[in-house]
Design a protein around this ligand. Sequence first.
Ligand code: C2E
Ligand code: MG
Ligand code: MG
Ligand code: MG
Length: 280
Amino acid sequence: LKRAKQSGLEEIHQPGEAACARYRLDLETELRRAIAQEALSLAFQPLIHLGRDQLVGFEALARWRHAERGPIDPSEFIPVAEETGLIVPLGRWAMNQAVATLAAWDKAVGKSLPLSVSVNVSAIQLARDDVPALVASALAAHDVAGERLTIELTESAIVQDPERATAAFRALKALDVRIAMDDFGTGYSSLSSLRRLPIDILKIDRSFVTGMLGDRDKVAIVRAVLSLADALGKKTTAEGVETAELSHMLAALGCTQGQGYLYAPPLPEAEALAYLKARL
Ligand code: C2E
Ligand code: MG
Ligand code: MG
Ligand code: MG
């Protein structure tokens, strides 16, 4: 920056930074409006039991189609939502919408489907909101059993405030809800927290899975996570399963579930319903 000032580059730098700050501010204002007007939607990505080759659930993923800018990636708007606190209303909406959708699918097929829905909960949402109360009210409002809901949390949820996280995990377990550690292996949680906390599923991050065939280091990491999970009595889900070869290898290694473009990308609600009907 010093050198930039000396060479007179600051006139070039400042407008760029200002434009960037303005873009984020616009995004914040527009995201606030989108949440209030329910202009967001959820996409649903199938979760497949690898051994049985069977559909067992869907992960709900937030989607935002901006009127002028078109679709905006979650990797862009989720961080803005976290920085501004908008993740709380966004997360509440997603929880209610995901549970409501599962109940609507039950109605559409005329029975309680043997499927679960997974909802992502940000560490910041867990820290700022009463997530167990939110979950309890969403389940009650739609008469859905807790065992059909999985909450996906990242390792940062534990690191920031271990005591609060522990209390929240216990309260969620009391509702029969499953807890999955998302993006496992990319964060900073200690292995002892895995033993201490009631975590049911480890989701192996896509970065270890994609391109695993032909990469001995990735195979070693995936094997280690699977054996750790097995020893601790936890299930596993591999993210980023893009080929049949990968799914066979993961099944052979004992991974419980897979999710990825091999089966389907995240689908709009109506397409997810068609997908599940075809697999009943
Ligand atoms: P995540 O929870 O790890 O979700 C998995 C991401 O991997 C999704 O990206 C999904 O589209 C992508 N994916 C799945 N299978 C494949 C594959 O085979 N290949 C590749 N290349 N990608 C695959 P997406 O939908 O863009 O979401 C990104 C992240 O944004 C999510 O990562 C999650 O951390 C966050 N997110 C999305 N919706 C919500 C939400 O409602 N609440 C919160 N707190 N976070 C959310
Ligand atoms: Mg997830
Ligand atoms: Mg993940
Ligand atoms: Mg991820």
